[in-house]
Ligand binder design. Structure first.
Ligand SMILES: C[S@@+](CC[C@H](N)C(=O)[O-])C[C@H]1O[C@@H](n2cnc3c(N)ncnc32)[C@H](O)[C@@H]1O
Length: 263
């Protein structure tokens, strides 16, 4: 959070990889980062050439878009938090508002991004219908969200907010966690956050799921780097749960990414 969309030229030059936003560079190597890089390829391939209109719903102050897409986008961010809006350095238009209620003119955008936001909304359905209306035909919605049935999802859903703040400060090492305008934000976990329900809702409302991937929550590789002992305990707990749950379950798959295309 609060990271501008700057280019890390040192990293970009060393690896000869396409330059990334700071938000992506800050994400530890792992499945979530790999999936975002795959999403970048989908966006590069599927988005129209030339200037783009992008709506970042609950955009906060950092973007996970590839820089080549970001640089040709007119970005409109809507966020309910004044500090997040103030800290946003990359949007051309920043609107203080609620994505569940805020409506744009129909067919205004090529791309809607709602990354780590739907778990905070009491009315996910209203937000999704607003996004759909605001999209041009063939336009895409990128959603990143936690999996409510994963280990991290269950803990997040059923633990009090002070525990989230403690985790961010002491395990993730984010000293400003919980201060005004800083993560973690209160979570709600509407039923549509469950991937199967989101998929069914999308299909019923003319949205085709063209990308879907469940990934290990980036908290695991982050913990393994920062707090190896704590991470070993959590990994052991996850392994026990995986052993007793139906074959193929991986409770570490804490997050998912989907791209929905408007028919
Ligand atoms: C976890 S942050 C994610 C921010 C950004 N998308 C990212 O991934 O870095 C959640 C964001 O959703 C915003 N938010 C929560 N409820 C909202 C609502 N009803 N309308 C608009 N924004 C909302 C919060 O203020 C916060 O900026």
């Amino acid at each position: 959070m609060n990271k501008p969309a700057t280019i890390d030229f040192a990293t970009a030059t060393e690896t000869h990889a396409p330059a990334q936003t700071q938000a992506l560079l800050d994400l530890v190597a792992g499945e979530a980062r790999d999936s975002l890089l795959a999403i970048h390829e989908v966006l590069r391939r599927e988005l129209p050439r030339g200037r783009l209109t992008t709506y970042e719903a609950g955009g906060g102050s950092s973007s996970f878009l590839p820089l080549d897409v970001l640089s040709r986008s007119h970005v409109t961010v809507v966020d309910i938090d004044e500090d997040q809006i103030r800290n946003n350095s990359y949007a051309q238009e920043a609107i203080l508002g609620d994505v569940q209620a805020y409506r744009f003119a129909p067919e205004s955008f090529d791309l809607v991004i709602c990354y780590n936001v739907i778990e905070h909304l009491p009315d996910v359905q209203a937000a999704l219908l607003n996004f759909r209306e605001a999209l041009k035909r063939g336009g895409m919605i990128l959603i990143g969200a936690p999996n409510p049935h994963s280990l991290s999802g269950v803990v997040t859903k059923y633990s009090p907010h002070w525990f989230h703040v403690w985790f961010y400060r002491h395990i993730r090492g984010i000293k400003t966690a919980g201060l005004p305008g800083e993560a973690p934000f209160a979570t709600f976990f509407h039923p549509l956050v469950t991937l199967s329900k989101l998929d069914a809702f999308a299909t019923a409302h003319g949205l085709e799921m063209i990308y879907r991937r469940e990934v290990e929550s980036p908290r695991y590789p982050e913990m393994r780097q920062r707090k190896p002992l704590f991470a070993a305990l959590v990994d052991a707990g996850a392994a026990v749960l995986n052993a007793v749950l139906p074959h193929g379950t991986d409770v570490r798959r804490g997050d998912y990414h989907v791209i929905l295309r408007k028919r």
